[in-house]
Design a protein. Structure first.
Length: 230
């Protein structure tokens, strides 16, 4: 049974959401504040977090950032009444996997949750480990990445994108292939999500001096290649 954490302080939104998730068979917990949410993911590591941005004690963007900084690699769906592309991209940039604007339908939210839960089985179906020429080790079984003895902390989506690119090292992987394998064919959101994830992955590989770079092939897709990061 997958467990879901709902971070929502408004009763009229939280109660029907909890009931719907429980009816679908999920084990659901709820907290009302950002600090409690960060503590919960550190202690319990739920499969998915449904995170409202308008919390009484912290901004949801900061909550998401702290969750990722703590090492949480599960799925995060941001829910917000804020409108506009800027807020959505900022949310994805700090590590969210998906973004849903209020008001939203419960059926659509459930579809997003299911899509996030499918992502690990979609990308990796074996215990394959890929080691690049630069020594970057991508372990599909543990879903961890190492450079020598040092681990490079990636979110779930960052790992999935890297795993797909590494399995086709030095070859161009079309955008559509990445979207279908990492976000699956039923993805509702914008493909800009892929660009944001690629940007975060690039930054982490460069910061770790991993010797691998993600190259964008304009109008086609992306390629992982060994070389000095640009």
């Amino acid at each position: 049974m997958h467990d879901v954490l709902v971070v929502e302080d408004e009763e009229d939104i939280a109660v029907p959401l909890l009931r719907t998730l429980e009816r679908e068979g999920y084990q659901v917990s709820r907290v009302s504040g950002g600090a409690d949410a960060v503590k919960f993911v550190v202690d319990e590591a739920p499969s998915v977090v449904i995170l409202d941005l308008g919390l009484p004690d912290m901004d949801g963007i900061d909550v998401c950032r702290q969750m990722r900084s703590s090492g949480y690699s599960g799925g995060i769906i941001m829910v917000t009444a804020r409108a506009g592309e800027l807020d959505r991209v900022v949310g994805l940039d700090v590590g969210a996997d998906d973004y849903l604007a209020k008001p939203f339908g419960l059926a659509e939210l459930l579809a997003r949750v299911r899509a996030l839960l499918r992502r690990s089985s979609v990308v990796v179906t074996s215990d394959t480990t890929v080691t690049t020429a630069s020594g970057l080790k991508i372990d599909a079984a543990s879903r961890r990445v190492h450079l020598g003895e040092r681990e490079i902390a990636l979110t779930a989506k960052e790992f999935d994108v890297l795993a797909v690119l590494a399995s086709h090292h030095d070859k161009v992987v079309p955008r559509e292939t990445l979207m279908n394998q990492v976000w699956d064919q039923n993805w509702y959101g914008s493909t800009k999500t892929l660009d944001v994830t690629i940007g975060r992955l690039r930054n982490k590989l460069e910061a770790a001096e991993a010797g691998e770079r993600v190259v964008a092939i304009r109008g086609v897709g992306f390629r992982l290649e060994t070389g000095t990061p640009a």
